[in-house]
Design a protein around this ligand. Structure first.
Ligand SMILES: CC(C)(COP(=O)(O)OP(=O)(O)OC[C@H]1O[C@@H](n2cnc3c(N)ncnc32)[C@H](O)[C@@H]1OP(=O)(O)O)[C@@H](O)C(=O)NCCC(=O)NCCS
Length: 400
């Protein structure tokens, strides 16, 4: 019989092999075992948890998640502790038997126990995770162009640009990243991913007399045979818009001998403003991260809402996978905070867990969801919900 349970140390070897088969079978197994994250798998002391399905002593399905500490994320204006799901896989011989479903069933209560009111993941396939009530919540952009297609802007001559190499620079980069919250919700880079990018590319910090004002990362890769290399630009962050032209200038300078530039940026970063050729460069709207509410009362309590929002809404929620959420609540705004109180009032809208996730996800606000016939309520209720959950771009600087 297949046993579904929290992972134990004795499962490590077979779980790691299962993850290798699912995600990294193109790499050499011995090299794979040297990767830094292996030690993080099932390490509750470091807030990493794993649940497994075990058949005859062998792990045949696995789901891992970590919980965040306060300084790493700002979601809807506040620090919302979340569970980041990763390493979801079932052995090829055991698929479509409901094993991942069972692993989610025992993971959600643990997430709640660990005080994560929200869960976030990077899906391989959107409909698969919609089954577990996760909704798309991230927006970011990929621009593809060549050097001749981007022009210079008016740079500030008081900005000094230096290369970031020192572990101390991580703090500086994180400080700049936190300023990007003016564009919406963020999960910031922690030390591990920052060490990786500093070692695998060229990281720059921009400073003026008051301290750090921007950063940007460059990485060169080989192009097709007999062509110049290609350049990837990423992590372009800045504390105020007048820093951005200096980042554009640095990108132009690094692009001198490259065949193609791919620039990953937040959706609101004005890269296209600098394109001379408006037909050839490509800009793709992407963003894959999905989120789901694990504990409604805690989630509402954790976030900030616009201060001017004052009208209540009574909702009915049905949540099969997190049954503690099921019930009728009145959502009560209170000077920029939100409370979800159990209520006996007549609900103005009835939602399932997926509809709730779509509503708080930040990409499709409630009035648009109503027009698209994804939720059912009157127009006035949708408008009141919009004021609590306006559009809010989420960007995860850490993919997991
Ligand atoms: C995707 C994967 C994890 C599914 O595991 P599983 O144990 O077979 O999933 P379950 O049997 O619990 O399926 C749960 C639901 O998803 C559906 N489903 C399963 N695999 C699916 C797939 N590849 N695409 C779409 N739906 C899928 C099932 O039909 C079931 O739906 P139902 O409840 O309506 O019947 C597994 O196929 C896998 O390991 N794939 C390779 C690794 C991978 O891509 N992991 C995801 C990383 S984000």
């Amino acid at each position: 019989m297949i046993e579904i349970r929290e992972a134990r140390e004795e499962d490590r070897e077979s779980a790691i092999r299962l993850l290798w088969k699912a995600f990294e079978a193109t790499t050499n197994y011995d090299d794979y075992l040297k990767q830094e994250w292996i030690e993080r798998w099932n390490n509750p002391e470091k807030e990493n948890y794993a649940y497994v399905a075990v058949d005859k002593g062998k792990v045949v399905s696995s789901l891992s998640f970590f919980t965040t500490s306060e300084h790493e994320q700002i979601i809807r204006g506040a620090s919302v502790r979340f569970a980041g799901v990763w390493g979801v896989t079932t052995d090829a011989a055991y698929r479509r038997r409901g094993l991942v479903k069972k692993l989610f069933d025992i993971s959600f209560p643990r997430m709640r126990e660990e005080k994560a009111s929200l869960s976030i993941l990077d899906p391989f396939h959107r409909p698969f995770y919609e089954k577990f009530s996760f909704a798309l919540s991230e927006k970011r952009t990929r621009h593809i162009f060549n050097r001749g297609q981007i022009r210079a802007g008016k740079t500030r001559d008081d900005i000094i640009i230096r290369e970031a190499k020192d572990p101390e620079d991580r703090k500086t980069i994180q400080q700049v990243e936190r300023s990007m919250i003016r564009f919406g919700s963020r999960f910031f880079s922690s030390d591990g991913p920052l060490d990786y990018v500093m070692k695998n590319g060229i990281m720059h910090i921009l400073e003026d007399k008051n301290g750090p004002v921007g950063c940007v990362w460059f990485n060169f890769t080989r192009g097709p045979p007999f062509t110049p290399p290609e350049l990837t630009v990423s992590m372009s962050r800045y504390t105020s818009d007048d820093v951005f032209p200096s980042i554009v200038e640095l990108v132009r300078n690094y692009s001198a001998n490259v065949s193609k530039i791919t620039w990953w940026a937040d959706a609101d970063v004005p890269v296209r403003h600098y394109f001379t050729d408006i037909h050839q460069p490509e800009s793709h709207m992407l963003g894959s991260m999905m989120m789901r509410v694990v504990d409604l009362e805690d989630y509402c309590h954790s976030i900030k809402i616009p201060e001017e929002t004052s009208e209540k809404v009574t909702i009915e929620l049905n949540d099969d996978q997190c049954p503690w959420n099921t019930g009728v609540y009145t959502l009560i705004p209170d000077g920029g905070n939100l409370r979800a109180e159990r209520s006996n009032s007549e609900p103005e809208i009835s939602l399932n867990a997926f509809q709730l996730s779509e509503m708080i996800g930040g990409i499709t606000p409630p009035t648009l969801l109503r027009s698209l016939q994804e939720i059912k309520c009157n127009a006035e209720t949708a408008k009141r919900l919009d004021k609590m959950f306006p559009a809010d771009t989420f960007v995860s600087y850490v993919r997991f």
